[in-house]
Design a protein around this ligand. Sequence first.
Ligand code: SAM
Length: 289
Amino acid sequence: MKREATLLPLPETRAREFEFNDSDFQALRTLVKEMTGINLAESKRELVYGRVSRRLRALNLSSFRAYRQLLETGDGSELVAFCNALTTNLTSFFRESHHFDYLRDEYLVPLREAGRRGDRVRIWSSACSSGEEPYSIAMTIAEALPDWQKWDIRILATDLDSDILARAQRGRYAADRVRGMDPGRLAKFFKEIKEGGETTYQVTAEFEKLITFKQINLMHDLPMSGPLNVVFCRNVIIYFDKDTQRGLFTRIAKLQRADDLLFLGHSETLFKVSDDYSLIGKTIYRRNR
Ligand SMILES: C[S@@+](CC[C@H](N)C(=O)[O-])C[C@H]1O[C@@H](n2cnc3c(N)ncnc32)[C@H](O)[C@@H]1O
């Protein structure tokens, strides 16, 4: 009698060029979290396999085990390629959370305490991907300035990719995107929605007044007039060469005034790129006078 199992290869192994087991996924996931601050959900298993397989082929490696060994023992250059391969438009809520703590404690709370409600405050999320970054800024504002609706405060959220921008504007997230978020925040700023048997989370409509979404290519002239009190330009300039970065920060610096803030991604720096800013914290810059 034939055994059925031999006729039906497991879906896991059927289409795979390389063996990819749970410990490979967990190890790579932990490394991405350490390196970039991104929380890769369980549902990103196939994405990780697909993107990292390209690195295996490029390096002529035959297994994920060999690739992990290279990451652990190599000179670090593959770590950069590994992160780039995985983070093209990956993002997460409160990614690199120290930036949001800084925004709250060193910028928004002092504004509130100084009674500066009449001030015009403009914040730019310049490569906003699917929206987690501008919505995290919005939540930080709502928590730091409970009467934010009475402030002249706005967030401009932009990205080059119009599809990802449309997703950002929709503001609806699968459960695994909000996993780990403080339950109080989740209850306050999201509405649970059942969609085709799945639970999704819709960002509160109140933020529509606070955030404007727009397509902008950072390689081109910037169409806004400024001044921009706070700029988030995170995890995007790694894709640009140094000259492109210099051009971009010359244009951004023109839109900021003395003491305005600039946040870069965890592996990004203005060293040999711009003299218009001073480093004041981990990847946090202040516009010079
Ligand atoms: C890794 S995501 C960063 C998302 C978010 N800033 C964060 O740190 O989590 C990079 C984003 O940069 C966008 N991007 C790439 N090149 C760009 C360009 N020339 N102008 C504007 N956005 C760009 C991509 O579309 C992508 O959404």
